[in-house]
Ligand binder design. Structure first.
Ligand code: NOJ
Length: 747
């Protein structure tokens, strides 16, 4: 490869090298940013373009590639990217939902099938995985990530990269993955989109960096820089971030692309004009400029003025050519344009069936006190609510390749899987009655909220009359899909208020009420929890949403999803996350409200509504006490911590057994506990299994003030349980080898 690229670069002019650094979006399909590129074909012909994105399909891709290879001077092929985020034309559940499966095999396979469909549609680059840790559900892009935990986030990040890239990028079914948004984008202040991020380096390393690092270790080919600032400098222009850390410390060898017009946006951040910012971004380690054309229009002048060197331009150009070479584009620029594959793979039976499995497995059973679920396949079921027969919102945010018209609605899923049960349906309410709301969220240019013109009272009346004839009510409520995603922050994260009068009226019927909740974020659900008998979090399940949710509702699949982001009681608790610090004045509920001068609110508990890791099953599980292989450990010994798990209920079911560790005394303040492992265990009714975890000093490590990843001897608490709050614990003392030897001698 080196010789090939050396030879090619010898033939390239400076302008052609700079041209490779230009990533354009011609628009006209689906615009994912504030502006699009003009005169795309002229630019490709003139050698001013390295890649394109924002569209798919061989008929759309091929003509551009033909211009590049047949009409530009050197015939260098283009990269074709797209936001393939959760499946492609077969849309899978949103990433936050997928993370609730805690199932790396499924998640990896979801990326693999997405890559097969993407490559069948002309693409060779996906802008995924999005691995930004988020502890603030107001931020709409929490939908696109894996929630709040760095350990789980890192596993998912690596699984996605493996799924997209496989073992060999030159295989026709694999694509370049792009880990994003580097870095810390999920920590936008107040959950407001694109807002300032400011945090300590310890927190960066401890909590926010692990998923990016995991992608690098898994061999991700590309990285996207984030819009926000990191330590005071816009990420796209941060040499510390993009070179010192990413390349020098972490060993990343691939290409860094900016986010959409991020170089141009540095001006508003306050770092100067486009020319200065383009030079800063290139010198920092950015290789490719998305849409902004700062590189295209200013780098030549900066080179003449000495603000950048030809070596830096060459390095960036080489990285882009290397990516193209790895994909095999120089051998065959049209290798992703196989129409037979399109016909065979897009929305094929296998992909749709897998989508159904994922939709079922990402559902989280939040409440089921009275065992109203699973639903019986007999009697009468009243299906109501604005999401019940809603097709447009099933894909969820960032489903550019997906056609909502191909989605299965919940009502269709219930009807097809209800056996002998009689199904009645009424809409009952709109997602919102506000046209203004509906227009404001139409980010991708299409309105996803159909407002029924009838009087809301009339709709409720119809639903209530119908519900009275039923044995159980299934109410499908929630957010529209574009109420989460990019540029979709909310300051109130409840169910949109126009749905409440319907629920109040349904409750008055006295019939059992099962809520199926659609959303792209954790919501505040205290009122709903108080009034409904059962609640199933369905997120957005994609093409096969309806059938998958029906599988969970009727028990064909026993829910095993566990939430990966904390559900707060109200917005005032946000940011809220399980791995918080203790503070100097921790508040223990046992102290009661007489306990003044403690870290707490006067008007709400400190505890979340649903803790990280929560999720019920139709069966019940009992945990024994935690057993340790030893309570005194030395240096690099291996500890085994185990529990006996028993299925004490009536159904076969899977449980995610979670391991947390805390380090109460250390040189820096540590979190109250950190997830360090888990196992997903399937048990038949009455079955018992010992679930054992192996712990070494690796699991005890943290970043100290010198940012070294170390463990310090002392006492540790090992917790095992069904979620981050309901755990059993045991203590262990872990000595250095020398201290352990001294003790043995003295004993
Ligand atoms: C902006 C988004 O932040 C990013 O995630 C996406 O990949 C690009 N636009 C391209 O659509």
């Amino acid at each position: 490869m080196k010789k090939f690229i050396d030879d090619l670069m010898k033939k390239m002019t400076v302008e052609e090298k700079i041209g490779q650094l230009n990533l354009i979006a011609p628009g006209g399909f689906c615009n994912t940013g504030p502006e699009v590129t003009k005169n795309s074909s002229e630019k490709i012909r003139a050698g001013q373009v390295g890649g394109m994105f924002g569209f798919f399909g061989i008929a759309n891709v091929k003509p551009w590639q033909e211009i590049a290879v047949k009409e530009s001077r050197l015939g260098i092929p283009l990269l074709f990217g797209l936001d393939v985020i959760h499946g492609h034309q077969t849309v899978f559940p949103i990433p936050l939902a997928l993370s609730c499966t805690w199932d790396m095999e499924l998640i990896e396979k979801s990326a693999k099938l997405a890559a097969i469909e993407a490559t069948a549609d002309g693409l060779n680059w996906v802008f995924s995985p999005m691995v930004d840790i988020c502890r603030d559900p107001r931020w709409g892009r929490i939908a696109e990530g894996a929630g709040e935990d760095p350990y789980l986030g890192a596993l998912i990040s690596a699984a996605m990269v493996r799924g997209y890239q496989g073992k060999d990028l030159s295989h026709p079914d694999t694509v370049l993955a792009c880990v994003k948004h580097f870095a810390l984008y999920g920590a936008a202040e107040a959950g407001r989109e694109y807002n300032t991020v400011d945090m300590s380096r310890i927190r960066m390393h401890e909590t926010y960096f692990p998923p990016y690092k995991a992608a690098i270790d898994a061999g991700v080919a590309t990285v996207m820089s984030s819009f926000n600032e990191v330590d005071g400098i816009p990420a796209t222009g941060s040499k510390w971030l993009l070179t010192d850390l990413l390349r020098d410390d972490w060993g990343f060898k691939g290409l860094v692309v900016t986010d959409y017009t991020a170089i141009n946006e540095m001006t508003a951040h306050g770092t100067g004009d486009l020319k200065a910012n383009s030079a800063q971004a290139l010198n920092a380690g950015t290789d490719m400029d998305m849409v902004g054309e700062g590189f295209l229009n200013t780098l030549k002048t900066s080179l003449e003025e000495g603000a950048v060197t030809i070596d830096v331009i060459d390095t960036a150009c080489r990285r882009i050519l290397e990516a193209k070479h790895a994909l095999g584009l120089f051998d065959d620029p049209f290798r992703y344009c196989d129409e037979k594959k399109t016909a065979e793979k897009i929305l094929c039976k296998e992909h749709r069936a897998f989508g159904r499995e994922l939709s079922a497995k990402s559902c989280v059973l939040l409440k089921n006190d009275k065992q109203e679920l699973p639903l019986k396949k007999s009697g009468t079921i009243a299906v109501v609510g604005p999401m019940a027969d809603d097709r447009k919102n099933m894909p969820g945010t960032w489903a550019i390749g997906g056609d909502w018209q191909k989605c299965v609605t919940l009502l269709e899923g219930i009807r097809a899987n209800a056996g002998d049960a009689k199904i009645l349906y009424a809409k009952g309410a709109n997602i919102t009655n506000s046209k203004d709301w509906a227009e404001r969220i139409a980010i991708f240019g299409n309105n996803r909220i159909d407002i029924d013109p009838r009087d809301p009272a009339e709709m409720i009346k119809e639903a209530v009359e119908m519900a009275k004839q039923a044995d159980v009510i299934v109410a499908a409520i929630g957010e529209a899909q574009e109420m989460s995603g990019e540029s979709a922050s909310r300051s109130d994260i409840g169910i949109p208020p126009d749905q409440r009068p319907l629920l109040e009226a349904l409750i008055k019927t006295g019939k059992p009420l099962v809520l199926v909740i659609f959303a792209g974020r954790p919501l505040t659900l205290t009122w709903e929890h108080e009034h409904a008998q059962a609640m199933l979090m369905a997120w957005f399940g994609g093409t096969e949403a309806g059938d998958g949710i029906a599988d969970a509702l009727f028990g064909a699949h026993n829910p095993s999803g566990k939430i990966t982001a904390t559900f707060p009681r109200n917005v005032g608790q946000v940011p809220i996350y399980y791995n918080h610090k203790n503070t100097g004045r921790p508040y223990l509920a046992a102290g009661g409200f007489d306990d003044k001068f403690k870290s707490r609110y006067l008007d709400v508990e400190n505890e979340p509504f649903y803790p990280f890791g929560h999720g019920l099953s139709y069966t019940t599980f009992e945990y024994s006490a935690v057993k340790l292989s030893s309570t005194e450990m030395s240096g690099n010994d291996t500890l085994t911590a185990s529990v006996t798990l028993t299925n004490t209920g009536k159904y076969a079911g899977e449980e995610v057994v979670q391991l947390y560790i805390s380090d109460p005394v250390a040189s820096v303040a540590r979190a109250v506990k950190d997830l360090k492992g888990y196992q997903k265990v399937m048990l038949k009714p009455g079955e018992k299994r010992e679930v054992a975890f192996t712990i070494t000093t690796e699991e005890l490590k943290f970043y100290n003030t010198a940012l070294e990843h170390v463990w310090e001897p002392g006492e540790f608490i090992i917790y095992i349980g069904t979620n981050s709050a309901e755990v059993k614990s045991a203590k262990v003392t872990w000595h250095t080898v020398a201290e352990a030897a001294r003790r043995r001698k003295n004993a």
